[in-house]
Write a protein that binds this ligand. Structure first.
Ligand code: IPD
Ligand code: CA
Ligand code: CA
Ligand code: CA
Length: 268
């Protein structure tokens, strides 16, 4: 691996994530400029852009050789994970940010030569920072998260799924998802994919499926989840590319194959 100083980059990135959190909290009650993107429910605010620019300016000034893959257009055109790539969602859960002023996160990951080295998911309003360095465990603030329990059975599992599965534009076989919903113990939808990964890593939910995730939604979260023994794959069972938008499943290793084989079928 190239000259990548994991601890130094981790400390620097952590400081930026915390500073960005302060900027958001300080202005949480200010009037928002809310625009839409792909459709009228796909929201973006001046704060999404401001926070992304905060990160890209700092990263470019400090690590000029690194590349940035991010949501709001201040990053680079990244199509592979060569070198060091920062993968950033400045506000994950913009709808929660706008409507609820809580339950959104900053997601920041650093990949080096394709390997997820550092991940942060920051629940800004609760001031809870989930963080991980590859090979060194995952943490919730100062507390190390336990490894997942060795066994989990599907009928006793909690599932997280975005409600897009039951809309007319769904790319997934909705009969099968209905059967999955009826099989698991319960279903939750929190509205921030990155936080949903953090909850998987915490072991308080067991499976997450989404037909439509970009790398910046999951790059940090799946590093956290790996560290406690969780698995994240494309819905086909293939490895993630981490540069494309793709349907994904993240789950406890005891149930992931059963869910893919019996309940997930993509439509074209
Ligand atoms: C969205 C959130 C949401 C997920 C969507 C994402 P954004 O990210 O993570 O939970 O269901 O697929 O696009 O746009 O709020 O950063
Ligand atoms: Ca968005
Ligand atoms: Ca997102
Ligand atoms: Ca976002």
């Amino acid at each position: 691996m190239q000259d990548f100083k994991q601890e130094d980059v981790y400390q620097q990135a952590k400081a930026w994530v915390k500073q960005a959190g302060v900027l958001i909290r300080e202005s949480i009650n200010q009037p928002r400029e809310v625009d839409t993107k792909a459709d009228e429910n796909d929201l973006v605010t001046e704060m999404d852009r401001k926070i992304e620019k905060f990160f890209t300016d700092h990263i470019r000034a400090t690590y000029p050789n690194d590349r940035i893959l991010s949501e709001e257009g201040y990053g680079d055109d990244v199509r592979d994970l060569k070198g060091t790539v920062w993968i950033i969602d400045p506000i994950d859960g913009t709808m929660n940010f706008v409507h609820q002023k809580q339950m959104f996160s900053i997601s920041l990951a650093v990949y080096c030569a394709g390997s997820g080295e550092i991940g942060f998911v920051y629940d800004v309003m609760a001031d809870i920072l989930y963080h991980a360095k590859k090979g060194q465990g995952a943490f919730k603030n100062e507390q190390q998260l336990d490894m997942l329990k060795p066994e989990k059975i599907l009928t006793q599992s909690l599932l997280m799924v975005n409600t897009i599965w039951c809309t007319k534009n769904s790319r997934i076989n909705d009969e099968k998802i209905r059967a999955l919903v009826q099989t698991v113990r319960g279903v939750r939808t929190y509205g921030s994919a990155a936080l949903e990964f953090a909850y998987l890593a915490e072991g308080i939910v067991d499976c997450y499926i989404s037909v439509k995730l970009h790398p910046w939604d999951l790059a940090a979260g799946c590093i956290l989840y790996n560290e406690v023994g969780g698995k994240t794959l494309q819905m086909t069972g293939d490895a993630l590319t981490m540069v494309n938008q793709e349907p994904i499943i993240a789950a406890h290793p005891s149930i992931i194959k059963q869910v893919i084989d019996e309940y997930l079928e993509l439509k074209n």
